[in-house]
Design a protein around this ligand. Structure first.
Ligand SMILES: [Fe+2]
Ligand SMILES: [Fe+2]
Length: 370
């Protein structure tokens, strides 16, 4: 009995039906009627594993550039919508994945919000993001942070489009009913610090200025330049074992704490060596990927998702996944961000490796991209 109904079992009769009606009239219910929905045996994300082809999305992003300005739209952004979260327009239960366009000469006006954001640059060289008085110059592959409640604006003084992926914790902030937004009085904020000062201060290879007092709960470094990240991945790929599930994977950290870059969003850069096929695992974090270089595929819950540069894909919580670099000669690099800092700080983080079949999933199908 106990095994057949691990949550318990109450047989309904007319007396109980009447009782349920009386409970409902008082805006109450019996826990045993909702227990299995409220406390599931394991995570039941509504988000599904999904992949967006950049070459299909890019023309739409550019079309948005012909139709609206950043002043009209506030942000000219195409939102990547997970089919399981259509009504909310979220990429996962806790993360957004958006593609933003800033054309030559344009400014995306300054504002701030309690949702935290990161930018991962896809195209363009020399546009900027300004955060709390400091401007940083952006190049492809750079990771730029605009943490919770920091003033930020973007501009493009170059002669080509700037396109990047925005990652935000909006779904989480909204689930917690904690969203605030404030426009800056004027298009651009006052720039009070030298351009890329934080890069100057914090990219010193394990050293930080001892006189800097930093008490904010996020990284003081605005821009994690791809050039340095790529060099680090390359160095590590020469001899370090990496992990069986992710290959050479490096976490972007707050130089003051060694911890995640922001309290709600963590990020990794990952290199899969030529021909590398990682083993499958799953975890209680959502991960959104952006392919930086190379070609390959990721098997998520048995389904193969093929990827190439700038494709974006999402692995929801507790989905088994393994990565494959399809090239026998070249490395593949992936950038990803996640909600791991939240899950870890709340004691909800779990990881599990696949043990059957030597840690490799049985492939049951292939994802057909739109
Ligand atoms: Fe913003
Ligand atoms: Fe993973």
């Amino acid at each position: 009995m106990a095994q057949q109904y691990p949550h318990g079992h109450v047989e309904t009769d007319s007396e109980l039906e009447a009782f349920y009606r009386d409970l409902e009239a008082m805006s109450t219910t019996a826990l045993w009627r909702v227990l299995t929905q409220q406390i599931t045996d394991e995570p039941q994300p509504r988000a599904v594993p999904f992949l967006w082809k950049y070459r299909r999305i890019r023309p739409l992003v550019l079309r948005a550039g012909e139709l609206v300005t950043p002043e009209q739209a506030n942000r000219r952004v195409v939102v990547l919508v997970n089919p399981g979260l259509k009504s909310e327009c979220y990429a996962s239960s806790t993360l957004l994945a958006n593609i933003q366009l800033v054309l030559p000469g344009e400014i995306a006006p300054a504002h701030r919000h309690s949702a935290a954001a990161l930018r991962f640059i896809i195209e363009g060289n020399g546009g900027y993001t300004a955060v709390d008085g400091e401007k940083t110059v952006m190049r492809p592959g750079d990771l730029v942070l605009t943490p919770n409640w920091t003033w930020h604006d973007h501009g493009n003084p170059t002669d080509g489009p700037m396109i990047w992926q925005d990652g935000l914790d909006v779904p989480l902030v909204n689930a917690l009913d904690a969203s605030f937004f404030e426009p800056y009085p004027g298009m651009q904020q006052a720039y009070t610090r030298p351009v890329d000062l934080s890069t100057e201060q914090y990219r010193q290879g394990g050293l930080r200025p001892a006189w800097e007092r930093w008490t904010k709960p996020y990284s003081p470094l605005l821009n994690y330049a791809w050039q340095q990240t790529r060099e680090a991945l390359e160095r590590m790929s020469k001899g370090a074992p990496g992990t069986p599930w992710d290959g050479i994977t490096m976490e972007y950290v707050n130089p003051h704490t060694g911890g995640p870059i922001m309290p709600t969003i963590g990020a990794h850069a990952q290199l899969l060596r030529a021909g590398e096929h990682t083993q499958a695992h799953r975890h209680t974090m959502d991960v959104v990927y952006q392919v930086v270089e190379g070609r390959g595929f990721t098997i998520i819950n048995g389904v193969r998702f093929d990827w190439e540069p700038h494709d974006v894909f999402v692995i929801p919580k507790w989905a088994f996944h393994e990565h494959v670099n399809a090239s026998a000669t070249d490395a593949a690099c992936l950038f990803s961000y996640n909600d791991q800092p939240v899950m870890q700080s709340l004691g909800l983080y779990r990881e599990e490796e696949l043990v059957e079949n030597d840690g490799y999933q049985e492939v049951t199908g292939a994802f057909t991209p739109l």
